[in-house]
Design a protein around this ligand. Structure first.
Ligand SMILES: [Zn+2]
Length: 282
């Protein structure tokens, strides 16, 4: 399998989910082997899309370098991994990619319009050789050996709008586009005021977020799947695992895991050299 980048660059504008400000984003081709690199054009700082650059995981995954950061990278990273793009630059004039529709489908549409170009260099993958697990307050995330890439996620929320949901996704480009990419981000209305007081959630709207109030979904008419919430958690995990820097070959098992555990899992994986091996993808 050859490494993939974009055929040409493409620009989109939108709103930052937390900052609420207008942001302009350009996705551009990058040299073979350079991986995914973010650039804050307003600050002149490059930030690698790697697990080691993650500095915050409370309200989305934040990466930072040299005093500059980019928040909520996970939905864009999921689209990049879902499209199997290896090398790309993400140029932003603000603190987050635009939230667009709150899914990964809107980012896939941009990647489709830019088109894909293949390099002669082979794609490298990370084969899981040994089970690695992290745990926090009863929530767990694990990577285990498997011959394909599979995401197996289970979530449980007290709100009956969500309850307990599980989803197993065997990765393919088409499957990601169909089953996972359309799933929207979601949030609880009772938390929104508190979020806004700390300067977050200012770009959240009923157009980009499924809003839960008590046991009901306020914009239920906008739902695309009955189990959209767990599918979105798979989307988040795909985006967070993309920060490994190369596609994984193995089974991800998440039980109420979120951005913090996902990042802890990658740190645990790379802390143990016997847990994985880099291989050329066939
Ligand atoms: Zn998300």
């Amino acid at each position: 399998m050859p490494r993939r980048t974009l055929a040409t660059e493409i620009t989109a504008a939108g709103t930052a989910l937390h900052a609420g400000t207008a942001v302009r984003m350009t996705l551009a081709p990058a040299a073979a082997g350079s991986g995914i690199m973010f650039r804050r054009s307003d600050l002149g700082v490059d930030i690698p899309a790697r697990y080691g650059a993650v500095t915050e995981t409370n309200l989305g995954t934040v990466i930072a370098a040299n005093g500059a950061s980019v928040g909520v990278v996970e939905h864009l990273m999921a689209a990049i991994a879902g499209a199997e793009i290896d090398d790309m630059r993400v140029i932003l004039d603000g603190p987050e990619p635009p939230i667009l529709d709150g899914d990964a489908l809107a980012f896939l549409a941009l990647l489709d319009r830019a088109g894909v170009s293949e390099y002669a260099a082979p794609r490298r993958g990370i084969e899981i050789r040994k089970r690695v697990e992290v745990e926090h307050k009863g929530a767990t995330a694990a990577l285990e050996p498997y011959d394909r890439l599979v995401y197996d996620m289970e979530i449980e929320f007290p709100s009956r709008a969500i309850g307990r949901q599980s989803y197993a996704f065997t990765f393919s480009r088409d499957g990601f586009r169909r089953e996972i990419a359309p799933a929207r981000t979601f949030g609880f209305l009772q938390e929104l005021d508190a979020l806004k007081k700390i300067g977050r959630g200012h770009g959240a709207s009923l157009e980009n977020t499924l809003a839960i109030e008590g046991d009901r979904v306020v914009n239920a008419h906008a739902m695309r799947f009955k189990d959209e919430f767990v599918r979105h958690k798979v989307l988040d995990a795909v985006g967070d695992m993309a920060l490994a820097g190369a596609p994984l070959i193995g089974r991800f098992v998440g039980r109420r895991s979120g951005h913090a555990l996902n990042n802890a899992l990658l740190r645990a994986l790379f802390a143990d050299p016997s847990s994985h091996a880099f291989v050329n993808l066939m």
